[in-house]
Each structure stands twice: as C-alpha cells, then as structure tokens.
Write a protein that binds this ligand. Structure first.
Ligand SMILES: O=P(O)(O)OC[C@H]1O[C@H](O[C@H]2O[C@H](CO)[C@@H](O)[C@H](O)[C@H]2O)[C@H](O)[C@@H](O)[C@@H]1O
Length: 418
C-alpha cells in the first residue's frame, strides 16, 4: 500500500480489492454451480454455509489469502466448524447484491403451466433434457426394485416441498390425507424418518404419525430408537421419553445454542417487523426468515436486517432455502449426518444389505444426497419441477409424484418381490 501514487485513496483501493476478490468468487461459484453466497461467506462474516476449507480447496485458493480465525470449541469438539471471518463492514454492498442473486434464484417461479403449455414450452424441452441426467424414480421404478432385491429399504423424507406442496403461509403447509395414508403405509413396511428444517414438534404436528422417526432443525434435533452403542460416538445423545411414553434416544448436537437462537429469533422479529410480508419462524435450533410474501424491491431490506443481526453472532451461519434465509449454528452437522446417525440408530449403519432412499426438494437435502452418493449406499431422489444441479440420482416432479412413488414401494413389498 505504501508504494501507491500520492493522492490515491488507500481505503478505496482496499475496498476495490475486497470487491474484486469476492467478485472472482462469485464468478467461480457460478462456474462450479455453487451458491455464490456459500463462497463469499467463507471469508466475510457472518454468513457461512458449507465448511470453508472444502470450498477453498475446491477453488484452489491458498488459505493464507483468506482471513482465518478459528473459534474455540465450547461444545462437542468434533462438531465444531472452523469459521473464517473478518469484520470489516466494507463489503456490505457487494454482499447484499450477492445475497439478492441467491434470494432470487432460491425457488422456481410460482406460475404453474398446464400440461399442454408444458409440452410445447422451452421449459419442457429443458426439463426433459435434465431428466436424462436425473431420471424419474417412477419411470425407473423397475430398476430401483431390482436393486432393492434382498435388501432392506430405509426411507428418509423431507417435509416441505416433498410431502406438502409449497404454499405462501408456512403455518398452512398441510399434507393431504392421501399423502398421510401413503406415508403411514410405507412406514409399516420400511423404517421411515422425516428430516426437516422445521422444529421437530412442528413437523410432528403436521405429519401426526407415531410410527415414524423425526429429525427437526435440519437434523439437529433427532428422536431415534434406543441403541446403546450410538451414545459412545455421540456423547450428547441421551435416553428420553417420547410423547407416547416410549423410551427413545434424543440427540441434540446444537443443544447449547438454544438460548442464542431464541435471542436471535427475537431480534429478527423486531428488526423485520416493518417489512410487509416478512415472517420469522423459530425452528428451535435454527431460525427461518421468510421473504416469499415480501415485495421483491424490499428483499435487500430483509437481507440487510439478517446481516445486521448476524454480525453479533459469529457462531451462527446462514444458508438459503426456498424464499427463506435460514440462520443456524456453525456446527458440523446437517441432514446428511442425520441420515448416517439414524441408520446407525436403526442398526442399519454398516450392512451391505441396506438400501437407504432419501427424498427431498431443497438445498439442505443435498447433504443427504451426497452422503448416499459418496458412500454408494443408496439413492437420493430430488423433487423438482425445474432443472437443478443435484447430487441426487433420480427425480420426481412434485409431492403428488412422491406419493405415487411411496405407493409403488408398498405395492412392491406386498407382492413380496423384495
Ligand atoms: O426441510 P424442509 O422440511 O423442507 O423445511 C425447509 C423449510 O420449509 C418451510 O419453508 C418452505 O415451505 C413454506 C411452506 O410451503 C414456504 O412458505 C417457504 O417459502 C419455504 O421456504 C419452513 O417454513 C421453514 O422453516 C423450513 O426451514
């Protein structure tokens, strides 16, 4: 900096350099199909998503180029994510515009095309091309059934957008009776768990089936069957009782964040109270800030509010869902880890004769798809009516196809072909 020509504004230059680095990150992120927010967030507090070191090595950026300040573990050390962060405040404009891009692309447009419109539209051509990469789990059912022969299927289902259609009011995301019946039937034959971003209580309220296992708060609040060995690996897994008085294992890896999350929830409610349409939802170990009903011109205000609140909480990070900003603890735990935990709890963790199937529609479900794909263990099925890059193997268009798929599994089991 000292060799700058006289008269050159050092602060402005520094700001420009910061923006340049972030801009490069965004460009690379588009090329690698990662969320620009995830990348930018790996060095600008307080927005964080995936573990930063993975992103950095993927981008080929030497760690010494990025501000880095490991936090001290105040809880299960194995679950701590390292948080690279820097509180400069000089990147806010750029950050907000990056947030906006992610916010805009976070959910497919609400317009529903009729079947006729679809078949003649470009969207249909694009969707069909995409289906070559992610074939329909219904059209490929025979293949799935063949692969499942002699294996025990374990089923993992996301809630919003998978079992219930996406609606404007998150409190009204009810599943249909037909879907409830399908889930109930499938759970009779295969161990079945719901893994949701909602609080566990809320998702249980929506689903209302006692025969399932439930993981709320993106897997940070799990009730699973009692199993002695699981608590050896997971010290904060405790024996508890469920609503029916049945003994269960309760696992809450983010337990100590409870009061922090409540505090942040209150601050977010306060700071968004004048933004028409904004809604803040307390999901126990995470908070959702919904902007689906906010006029697009005010999305920056929502982003700014969340950004302002999170500045004081370096141990919280932000991820993007469908028209929702999700605030959650910086711990190394996600829906993928929850699937592994549940499989172990069910005694299905290390067997070759188990076929886990995970059905989900959101970015947070990708962690589970990855776990299944990388371990070559089972199938991720992405629910989407628009083409999306994914680690899933198969696809389904919408919740009604999810229901058809579940019913097919039941028919298959009843025919004793498994
Ligand atoms: O993991 P999930 O079960 O898919 O939960 C993810 C979020 O789902 C909910 O929000 C989404 O669905 C709402 C109702 O259809 C919709 O209004 C919203 O725009 C979507 O983002 C839920 O409200 C969030 O708390 C969950 O984190």
């Amino acid at each position: 900096m000292d060799c700058l020509p006289s008269g050159c504004d050092k602060k402005a230059l520094k700001r420009l350099l910061g923006c340049y680095i972030l801009h490069s990150f965004c460009i690379i992120s588009c090329a690698t199909n990662l969320d620009p927010m995830d990348l930018k967030s790996s060095h600008a507090a307080p927005v964080l998503t995936d573990p930063a070191p993975i992103n950095k090595s993927r981008l080929g950026i030497h760690s010494s180029l990025l501000p880095y300040s490991p936090q001290r573990a105040a809880f299960s050390p194995g679950l701590l994510l390292i948080v690279p962060r820097k509180k400069t405040g000089i990147l806010d404009d750029f950050r907000t515009s990056c947030w906006l891009d992610a916010m805009k692309s976070s959910s497919p447009p609400p317009k529903k095309l009729t079947k006729d419109e679809y078949s003649s539209s470009d969207a249909d051509v694009a969707y069909n091309a995409w289906m070559a990469k992610y074939p329909s789990a219904i059209a490929s059912f025979e293949q799935i059934a063949n692969h499942a022969k002699g294996k025990r299927i374990a089923l993992f289902l996301d809630y919003d957008g998978t079992l219930s259609p996406i609606v404007d009011n998150p409190d009204c995301a009810f599943m249909s009776e037909a879907m409830r019946a399908a889930v109930k039937k499938v759970a009779k034959y295969f161990p079945t768990a719901i893994i949701s971003g909602r609080s566990r209580d809320k998702v249980y309220e929506f689903v209302g089936l006692t025969e399932l296992y439930y993981a709320g708060s993106h897997g940070m609040d799990i009730i699973g069957p009692v199993r002695e060995t699981i608590s050896d690996d997971h010290p904060n897994c405790i024996r508890s009782m469920d609503e029916q008085g049945k003994e269960v294992n309760l696992f809450q890896p983010a337990g100590e964040f409870l009061s922090m999350i409540n505090e942040v929830f209150r601050s977010l409610v306060e700071c968004t109270k004048d933004i028409r349409g904004a809604k803040v939802e307390n999901n126990k170990f995470c908070v959702s800030v919904h902007y689906r009903n906010v006029e697009e011109k005010s999305w920056t205000v929502v982003a700014q509010c969340v950004n302002d609140v999170l500045k004081d909480y370096p141990r919280l990070r932000l991820t993007h869902g469908r028209k929702v900003l999700e605030v959650r603890p910086v711990i190394n735990w996600d829906k993928g880890k929850a699937v592994t935990f549940l499989l172990e709890s069910l005694g299905l963790g290390h067997s070759d004769d188990v076929l886990p199937i995970y059905v989900g529609d959101d970015r947070t479900d990708e962690d589970a798809f990855k776990v299944l794909r990388e371990g070559n263990r089972g199938y991720g099925i992405l629910v989407s009516s628009v083409p999306k890059e994914s680690s899933a193997v198969y696809s389904l268009r919408d919740p009604s196809e999810v229901m058809e798929f579940l019913n097919s599994l039941v028919t298959l089991k009843k025919s004793s072909a498994l």
